[in-house]
Design a protein around this ligand. Sequence first.
Ligand code: BTN
Length: 260
Amino acid sequence: MNTFPFDLSSLAETPGLLGLEYQPETTSTNDWALQLSSDEARRLPLMVLTARQTAGRGRGSNQWWGAEGSLTFSLVIDAEGIGLPMDRWPRVALVTGLAVCEALQATFPEGVFNLKWPNDVYLGGRKLCGILVEVPSHTRGRLVIGVGINVNNSFASAPPELREKATSLVDAAGGEFDLTEVLSLVIVRVLQRITDYADPTHAFIAEFRRYCLLTGRMVRIEQGSTLITGQCQGIAPNGTLLVQTETGLRQIVSGTVSFE
Ligand code: BTN
């Protein structure tokens, strides 16, 4: 395995980033970032990066499959310090997903990138990237934003159940990408979009419309034991999902979404 696929000195200079930690291998960058987030002396935003994650976590009890060539990293941000109130934290994954779409669109202009509410990025109808935002329990005001992007890891070697559902940039483009360049573009865009999001006057509606995968589709939203079905009408300016159900238009704040 290539244990050093990143240009760390170049990544350390990424505009807006004030700290970088790297290990060739770790269990989960989110777990590592959650530990580091309790160190009050750390300058934030901090990026925690690995070339190989052995126990990557997804939402709920899901796992994240990441092979050599994928990007797996977490950002620790001082949400309180940048003026992002707690009631807006549930939409940080969506805003991060939007930033990932924008950065990857610039990297691979031929690709059809979409945002699948609330926390995934799709490429050509298959999952490309997952986002897991967590709140550290021992430190106030901070957030950990974990991002997994399939870049140079071909799904030809993925577990069979994933092959039909997921994709990577190399599978879609037919050629490899420079991991440092992709990561740097993504980080700059994510930090920019999170800063925009801290400004309550900044509207995301045009960008949400442009990238929303679910608009016009029949969707099923699971919220624990509750199931909501209907036609998606897009993402509202406040980041909720608009669904036309048999009983009327509903604004969905959370849930696991499947679509037809
Ligand atoms: C999901 O699709 O449910 C979210 C997946 C998030 C995966 C990333 S990879 C980097 C970071 N570390 C983790 O353990 N998970 C996130």
